[in-house]
Design a binder for this molecule. Structure first.
Ligand SMILES: Cc1cc2nc3c(=O)[nH]c(=O)nc-3n(C[C@H](O)[C@H](O)[C@H](O)COP(=O)(O)OP(=O)(O)OC[C@H]3O[C@@H](n4cnc5c(N)ncnc54)[C@H](O)[C@@H]3O)c2cc1C
Length: 368
């Protein structure tokens, strides 16, 4: 860290009270900054992130633009009331429309190549099919769309097709939003960890010794929130993903779900394949904020790709990575006005592509 006293000019530049500081430059934080600045063009808005670029989940996810698979809904029904689930489907559906209209489908490579949940267990399939009328009603109530889930077969598997689900390029999504924010005049500071905040005075202490002052504050630190606010019940959940080198005769070109959303796979570009998930295999170890690969999970996903999905022989991983999600006890995100000037928005679990921009926008309007 560079130690230097501040010049007269630097203090004119930097010793100011920002109108809004957002902690966390993921999709949620940058969306909060975006909509606040759009509504308050004169406001000085600053976004701070501890990464060289946002480093949590927004640039490390699988790019599913989705609102729930049948077995995910079945699992949710065990922990939440139906009305809460319908409300979340509505938020996901509307959130995706907002994301697409704000950033533009071409900029984020949005497409709908066909979506399915696939099944290997006859009993679970029968239960899911029995529930499809209920899930179709939910989608109709939440989004006004009919016949979203249909029983079918796909690539030799019993399956349920999912209308209106799509996918996108998370890197391009974040880059487009960042450029839109720069155009609006939002400021960014990268590679600075916020160590502590005084919620009443809205003072931030950074790990380089600098203090910052804000009139309003949005905390959008997702899985890392408990480091700043230990009282907030958000547990980290690490997710593992890989993308293959091009595979000739790849049959899995759509977006796919398996086992309550714990496994997800999709085509990428013309001929690459992405596979991720299986956190459920080693859930305690994966309840961590540390990036890294769990060999057991990786091995299991390789077996799944070869023995269940039967990828053509001799495929290779091109790149593998992990990202950290933030889970609340019910999976419903936290959107909490801690005071009239401080909003916490975090805990988006595995749904943040759909929810992040909508929640960021809501956080911004809480501060109006
Ligand atoms: C492997 C994986 C696959 C996923 N797949 C999908 C998917 O296909 N579809 C979907 O909808 N969702 C998916 N998700 C979930 C989705 O990516 C997240 O819900 C969403 O990106 C959360 O966005 P966020 O902005 O709230 O949080 P994040 O993107 O995690 O951003 C939080 C930011 O806060 C910063 N930060 C934290 N603490 C501090 C601090 N003290 N000081 C400064 N900065 C700080 C971090 O560096 C980070 O950049 C996936 C997640 C993972 C990990």
């Amino acid at each position: 860290m560079i130690q230097a006293e501040r010049s007269y000019w630097e203090s004119e530049l930097y010793d100011q009270k920002y109108d809004l500081i957002v902690i966390g430059a993921g999709l949620t934080g940058q969306s909060a900054a975006h909509f606040y600045k759009q509504n308050h063009p004169e406001a000085q808005v600053l976004v701070i992130d501890r990464g060289f670029f946002p480093i949590g989940a927004s640039t490390r996810n699988a790019g599913f633009a989705c609102f729930g698979s049948p077995t995910e809904h079945m699992a949710d029904l065990k922990i939440e009331k139906e009305s809460k689930i319908i409300d979340r489907i509505q938020r996901r559906f509307n959130g995706l429309q907002l994301l697409r209209t704000t950033l533009g489908d071409e900029n984020i490579e949005y497409c709908e190549p066909g979506a399915y949940e696939i099944f290997t267990d006859e009993g679970i399939y029968a239960k899911a099919v029995e529930q499809l009328p209920v899930f179709n009603r939910w989608l109709y109530e939440a989004a006004g769309v009919e016949g979203v889930y249909q029983a079918t077969t796909h690539n030799g598997f019993k399956a349920v097709s999912i209308k209106h689900e799509g996918c996108l390029h998370p890197g391009k999504m974040m880059r487009t939003l960042y450029h839109k924010n720069l155009e609006l005049g939002v400021e960014f500071r990268w590679q600075i960890n916020v160590q502590m905040i005084d919620q009443e005075q809205k003072i931030l202490w950074l790990d380089n010794g600098i203090e910052l002052y804000a009139a309003k504050l949005v905390v959008a630190t997702n899985s890392f929130t408990s480091k700043l606010m230990p009282e907030v019940d958000i547990k980290p959940g690490r997710g593992f993903v890989f993308v293959t080198k091009p595979i000739k005769d790849l049959e899995w070109k759509g977006t796919y779900h398996f086992d309550a959303g714990y496994y997800y796979f999709r085509g990428v570009g013309e001929d690459r394949f992405l596979l991720g998930g299986a956190r459920s295999l080693d859930i305690d170890v994966e309840t961590t904020m540390q990036f890294g690969t769990n060999a057991k999970i990786k091995y299991h996903l390789l077996e799944f790709a070869n023995n269940v999905l039967k990828l053509p022989k001799c495929w290779e991983i091109d790149r593998e990575w992990s990202g950290i999600m933030g889970f609340t006890p019910t999976k419903s995100p936290i959107m909490n006005a801690l005071s009239k000037d401080v909003v916490l928005v975090a805990g988006l679990s595995g749904m943040g592509v759909a929810l992040g921009m909508q929640l960021g926008k809501e956080a911004a309007s809480e501060l109006d």
